[in-house]
Every structure is written in C-alpha cells, then in structure tokens.
Design a protein around this ligand. Structure first.
Ligand SMILES: O=C(O)C1=C[C@@H](OP(=O)(O)O)[C@@H](O)[C@H](O)C1
Ligand SMILES: C=C(OP(=O)(O)O)C(=O)O
Length: 448
C-alpha cells in the first residue's frame, strides 16, 4: 500500500485526483454567478448498494455510482473478499451471493459507511477471518456501540489497538437474532450496519433504540434500500423499533441518486454570491436528509425553484440571519451553514449537532478555530455554535483532513480574494471534482 504524502497514514485511492496539491488559493469570480451543474452520485446510496449487491444472490447493476475515495475503498474491500465488481464508467456490476470469502486484510480508508457497514456483514458470514484496518482519521472515530451489539448476538470481534476503534479482527460466525437495545446518538451508521447484516441472522432481529438516533433518515434510507434488495423489514416512523426477518437478498438494478450533500455547496455558493445555480440532476422529493437545507436557504432570503428534474436557487442581494435552527437531521451541512451565516445580516445559532465532533474532524472545534482565524466572531457550545456576521480577512486555512471543512471553507474564497486552503485533496473523500466544478463556474482557483 502506498502512503499519501499529505495525509499521513492515509492510503491514496485510485479515484482521488488531488493528492499532490499542497494548497489552493480560492478567489471570487469576475462575473456574477450564473451556471448549471450536475453533481456526482450519492456516497450513502453508492456504498449501501455496493454492499447489499455483494450480499444479494445474482448480479446487480448500479448506475451512476459515486467515484471517490469512500466508494473506492468500499469497492476494494469487497473485491479483496472475492466479490466480482466490474466498473464501467460510472456504473458498477456487482456479482453477489457467495459467503465463501477470501480471508485477509481489508482497508476501509476514511469511509465511515464502509467502516460501520462491513463488520456486521463479515461477522455473520459463517466462516473466515479478516483484519479490518482504516486510515488514521477513521481510526479515531468510534465503532464501540456497533461491535458491542454484534457481541451480544454472538460475534467474534477483537480490537487490535484501542478499545472501540479500528483496527479490528473479525472471525465469521453464524449469528443469532433476538432483541437488542441500541443507541444511535453518536452515529446512525451503527444501526444501519447492524440492519444490513440482519437478514443473514438465524432468527429475526428486533432493534429498540435507546437514546435516539442522529440523522435518522439515513437509517430509513438503509431500510428502504434493503427492501429494494428483497429484505423483509418492519419499522415505526420514529425508528424506535425495527425488525428484520431472515431471508436472502436478491440482486437489483438501481439508479443511484445524485448526492444532495454535495449539491448543497453550490446552493450555498449562489446564496453567498447573490448568483443563480441550476442543479440538473437532483430531485427535491429525495429522502436524502440534506435536502432540508432548501428550507433554510429560503428562510435566508433565497429563491428556490423545485422543478421535476432540477433545482434552481437564486441568492438575494443580502442574506437574512438572526435565527436558530436544529441541524440534528442534516448535520453534514453544519459547516456549510456556518460559512453561509458569515455573509448574513444577523447571528445564526445551530443546535443539536454534538455528534459532529466524531466525524472526519471535531467539526465544532474546527468551526471555532477557522472562524477565529478569519476574524469572525463565533461561540461554540457542546452541541452547536453561534456565528456572528462579519467581513472575513483572507487567511491560510487548514482543512483537517475533512472534505466538508475544505468544501465549506472554499466558499469563503468565493466572496473575498486570496483564501488559501491547505491540503485541499481531502475533498476526494466524496467529491474529487469539487474544485474543477467551482472553476467552471468562474471561481478563481490557483494551485500554490
Ligand atoms: O449512513 C450514512 O450514509 C451517513 C450517515 C451520517 O453519519 P452519522 O450518523 O455518523 O452522523 C452522515 O453524517 C454521513 O455522511 C453518511
Ligand atoms: C460524516 C461523514 O462521512 P462518513 O460517511 O465517513 O461518516 C460526512 O461525509 O460528512
């Protein structure tokens, strides 16, 4: 495995393209923003569909997958188990159904999805032995609640370095079902990971949630996709109770929706610059939680057109601030809103996002450090922050090996000249073409 020069401990993926760029300078466009774009496939749907396709009997065709670091490591993990995955352009053909997996080492990179979705799948494989390793970044993120519940169902998993963290050793067994209590207050992915494995358990699995679930629509996305692959699931609307009946997954042909989280950066771009963006391949009726940002942008004075096959957003001459909002259900956009709020006319308070301290960086700490660096007044709480509007001063900003930090902070440079982003290549976790899309819209991007 090759070490990446700039992100120590990470391994270069075949689908990233910015690994050798030390820094970029982002400056505003010389013309008003007025453009049309398409965004890549959803990370969440791509990695779920790849894993469900690998478990399903037969060949699944996935159209419009995301090609980024996170999906690359998911594909590579499944391939190293012996699953045949053929990539043609942005489509993947996954031949699933076997449980006769190759033993060995599996590297999940920094993908929270792969890191939390593969353990249940392997622990219930009946036989085999795997060492699951991850990037330094992923090794700092928790997996304890998932592994603890798998233990209760009879799994054989050992922590190899630090309790509750990667790397881990998994021995495949036949897992019982039964009733478990599980908390999703740190990450919804623990529940999604257990659910996806459950059709392979010996008896029905019932999960009762204890302590709530953050971003619960991601769990709904898991349950809905499991149904599309033939699983038998029942659940209540609040996801306090979920049941999975043992059965085989069946192969499926799926069109992966475009990534709404990625689209939100361009909505924010139009919002802060007072420009117009038309995003051609997203649908406002999607179940992806970050679509909720449309309402927030509207509340801030943007005009939103929700057409059948596109969304258009126009930013106002002056964005409105002066409100408080819970981003518990769409917390990947906390940083996007933090940056947007700088250019509004009143303080913006974001609440209920304490769990983003466990994402690719401690995002609340990073918001505080980054705002202070550009001279913007910020207050950080245990579970959120308050941003006071202001005129940022150009600065060199660190990206903390976190794609959402890099993509959000880049938006500051679309308003004031000379924002330097160190180690911008981390965007390839979910959006390797991010800076080229910005550039095509007229934003100045200089490689330094
Ligand atoms: O299941 C998923 O695809 C995701 C769940 C969320 O994670 P948490 O529930 O860990 O916050 C979200 O932040 C992540 O980007 C994708
Ligand atoms: C939290 C995120 O990713 P992951 O899937 O690694 O959890 C994210 O994309 O913001």
């Amino acid at each position: 495995m090759k070490e990446n020069k700039y992100f120590k401990g990470n391994v270069e993926s075949g689908w990233g393209n910015l690994q050798n760029i030390k820094s970029l300078i982002v400056s505003p466009s010389h013309r008003p923003l007025d453009g049309e774009i398409s965004v890549p496939g959803s990370k969440s749907l791509t990695n779920r569909a790849l894993i469900l396709g690998a478990m399903a009997e037969g060949t699944s065709n996935l159209k419009g997958i995301l090609k980024s670091d996170d999906s690359y490591w998911c594909v590579e993990s499944l391939k190293s188990l012996g699953v045949s995955i053929k990539i043609k352009g942005n489509d993947a053909e996954v031949a699933g159904g076997s449980t006769n997996f190759n033993n060995g080492e599996i590297y999940v990179g920094s993908a929270g999805t792969a890191a939390r979705f593969l353990p249940g799948f392997l622990a219930a494989a009946g036989k085999g032995e795997w060492k699951l390793t991850a990037s330094d970044n992923m090794k700092k993120r928790p997996i304890g609640p998932l592994i603890q519940t798998l233990y209760e169902l009879g799994a054989d998993i050992q922590y190899l370095e630090k309790e509750n963290h990667y790397p881990i050793l998994i021995k495949g067994k036949h897992l019982s079902g039964g009733e478990v209590k599980m908390s999703g207050d740190v990450s919804s992915q623990f529940i999604s990971g257990l659910l996806m494995a459950a059709p392979r358990f010996k008896s029905p699995l019932i999960i009762r949630t204890d302590g709530g679930i953050v971003q619960k629509n991601y769990v709904k996305m898991t349950l809905e996709l499991m149904k599309e692959f033939g699983a038998v699931v029942e659940f209540d609307d609040n996801l306090e109770w979920m049941k999975v009946i043992p059965s085989a997954y069946s192969a499926n042909d799926i069109k992966i929706e475009a990534d709404i989280s990625a689209a939100c950066y361009f909505m924010a771009l139009a919002a802060v610059t007072g420009g117009r963006i038309k995003i051609n391949n997203i649908d406002w009726r999607t179940k992806q939680p970050d679509i909720g940002m449309l309402e927030i942008f509207e509340e801030m004075g943007c005009i939103v057109i929700k057409a059948d096959d596109y969304i258009e957003l126009r930013g106002p001459a002056q964005l409105k601030g002066g409100f408080e909002v819970s981003l518990k259900e769409m917390s990947d956009q906390a940083l996007t809103l933090a940056v947007t709020a700088i250019f509004s006319d009143g303080p913006v308070i974001v609440k209920n996002v304490g769990h983003i301290r466990h994402h690719e960086s401690d995002r609340l700490k990073v918001i505080c450090l980054s705002m202070k660096k550009i001279g913007i007044n910020v207050q950080v709480f245990d579970d959120g922050f308050k941003i006071y509007p202001g005129r940022p001063s150009p600065s060199a900003l660190d990206t903390y090996d976190d794609h959402r930090v890099a993509m959000s902070l880049a938006l500051i440079g679309t308003k004031i000249p000379g924002v330097k982003l160190n180690d911008p290549g981390c965007v390839s976790k979910t959006f390797p073409e991010y800076f080229s899309v910005l550039k095509n819209l007229g934003i100045e991007i200089e490689n330094k």
